[in-house]
Design a protein around this ligand. Structure first.
Ligand code: SF4
Ligand code: SF4
Length: 506
């Protein structure tokens, strides 16, 4: 099976033994956010890179948003449109399918990641190729498509610059928009020098760490892959239901190459990406570029409706993926998260994300959107998923920047409640439950509360005499008291003071 241009030898060397394509990235260090975060906080280079990148993009976004006088109104329109689609998802999906087919596309439905991967692998295999070029897409990362293709002997070449850096570095993306945000230009140069030649055209000798030179090396490296590929794979920012049009916005032009050069195009899209009509596109084209790359308009917006004879791919497939989205729709408090247009503004604003980076979350979606969405989509059974809702200080900064007004902090609290409820039903009572039993008794009646206060006053008089603050205490209070000064309880309660000084009235 050859995918080379006629008469040319394939220039890409064989992948290292035991792998197809670039191979699997390093696994996430720990199954729990807190442990990952502790480790990531030691990485001062990553923290410096993250701070620089998120501060720059955050400040630029503020300028771009300030240029739109009715920004809040547009946000409300975007939220309203997404809610309308969620309320009538069955109707709009059927409309989108009908119009996609009318335009010449083939539509496939996948209820989960496994089904989506089976469809994609069989479509690629039917073309008789062993490699594809692809555009950065959160949906394909979510279903682990690259891994599924690799297991089937098909290499998936990332063509977005940041994704290429991540793939060549055998790394994981740490941001949904800037996957290599944790890397600086010197690290990129080192990765390109070490890895590029193993998978295709090598970088120029003595390459400086100058961004345009690094981008130029990636361009040359990718060009042979674009020209050779018979199959392209994309995600999709939107599907316009009333015209059956797919929309992708991007900055580098690699998407345009993937969408137009290969003979076959497979687009993998979450079912919530529908917008009702072509007119509604205007709203999202105002919101998305300003919130994501902080630009008035992104450099490349590609739209296509099915197949045009003699122009672009002659076989177009759209794989519509559920993978937990309808479960989220079923949750009256969590469903607003389906408004998400994956702009990443919430991440760039989140103080926790800025400090720990994306890898700590152990999820394709890190930051505020990740801790709101992932426990709803995947459930709260695994240690990482139940730890995610607590990766948050509830500062609410993410709510303020979200272009579709998702109440992220409310959904995070909702996820915390779900985790707490689940613990409550555990066979062995959790520490919180154990503490709540005496607390319940104390707060139920004024008399009980008075008794507890008296007991605390007597104990304080003995234990904390002449002390203003409690020092570190033994477990289970140790994690709390290690880092906080807690005032010593007063030796006399307000109630007893009131009784003494205000004639005994209680
Ligand atoms: S509320 Fe939580 S998730 Fe949102 S920005 Fe603040 S710390 Fe981050
Ligand atoms: S939750 Fe809002 S701010 Fe965050 S990625 Fe989604 S649309 Fe953007």
């Amino acid at each position: 099976m050859s995918t080379n241009p006629p008469g040319q030898a394939r220039r890409t060397p064989a992948p290292p033994k035991g792998t197809v394509g670039i191979g699997q990235p390093e696994p996430v260090a720990s199954p729990v956010f807190r442990e990952n975060a502790k480790k990531q906080l030691q990485n001062t280079l990553m923290r410096r890179n993250m701070k620089h990148a998120t501060t720059t993009i955050r400040n630029k976004r503020l300028l771009r948003v300030a240029e739109v006088p009715n920004w809040d109104e547009v946000r409300a329109q975007g939220a309203g449109l997404k809610d309308r689609v969620a309320r009538h998802l069955d109707y709009y999906l059927a409309m989108a399918e009908e119009n996609l087919i009318k335009a010449g596309a083939q539509v496939h439905w996948a209820k989960d990641a496994q089904e989506a991967n089976q469809i994609i692998v069989s479509l690629v295999k039917a073309k008789g190729v062993d490699e594809v070029v692809k555009i950065k897409s959160m949906a394909t990362q979510e279903i682990e498509m690259n891994e599924a293709l690799e297991a089937a002997g098909i290499a998936a070449w990332e063509t977005d610059l940041a994704e290429l850096i991540v793939q060549l570095g055998h790394d994981r993306p740490s941001h949904i928009l800037v996957p290599a945000i944790h890397r600086n230009r010197e690290e990129v140069r080192e990765i390109f020098n070490r890895e590029m030649g193993r998978y295709g055209t090598p970088p120029p000798k003595n390459m400086p760490n100058d961004p345009p030179v690094l981008a130029g090396a990636a361009r040359v490296h990718l060009r042979e892959k674009f020209l050779r590929a018979k199959v392209g794979i994309s995600g999709g920012n939107m599907i316009i239901a009333d015209t059956g049009t797919m929309v992708i916005v991007e900055s580098e032009g690699n998407g345009r190459m993937c969408l137009t050069l290969p003979e076959t195009l497979i687009s993998v899209v979450g079912v919530e990406k529908i917008i009702p009509s072509f007119d509604d596109l205007e709203v999202f084209m105002k919101l998305l570029p300003r919130s994501s790359t902080a630009e008035r308009m992104n450099p490349y917006t590609s739209m296509w409706s099915g197949v045009t004879p003699g122009d672009g791919p002659q076989e177009v497939h759209v794989v519509l993926v559920d993978n937990g989205r309808t479960k989220v729709l079923d949750d009256p408090e969590g469903r607003f998260v389906l408004r998400c247009i994956r702009c990443s503004a919430c991440m760039n604003k989140c103080p926790v994300f800025e400090r720990v980076g994306g890898h700590a979350y152990g999820s394709v979606y890190p930051g505020p959107i990740g801790i709101a969405l992932t426990p709803l989509m995947r459930g709260i059974d695994s240690p990482i998923d139940k730890s995610l809702p607590f990766a948050c200080t509830l500062c609410c900064a993410c709510d303020d920047v979200c272009p579709v007004k998702i109440p992220l902090s409310d959904i995070i609290v909702h996820n915390r409640n779900r985790v707490a409820d689940k613990k409550r039903h555990d066979i062995h009572p959790h520490l919180e439950t154990t503490v709540m039993i005496p607390a319940d008794w104390a707060f139920k009646k004024a008399k009980h509360f008075e008794l507890v206060q008296k007991a605390v006053s007597i104990a304080s008089g003995i234990a904390f005499k002449n002390k203003d603050y409690l020092g570190p205490m033994p477990w289970p209070a140790s994690p709390w008291t290690r880092a906080r000064d807690i005032p010593a309880p007063p030796v006399e309660s307000f109630r007893s003071w009131w009784a003494k000084n205000r004639g005994g009235a209680k």
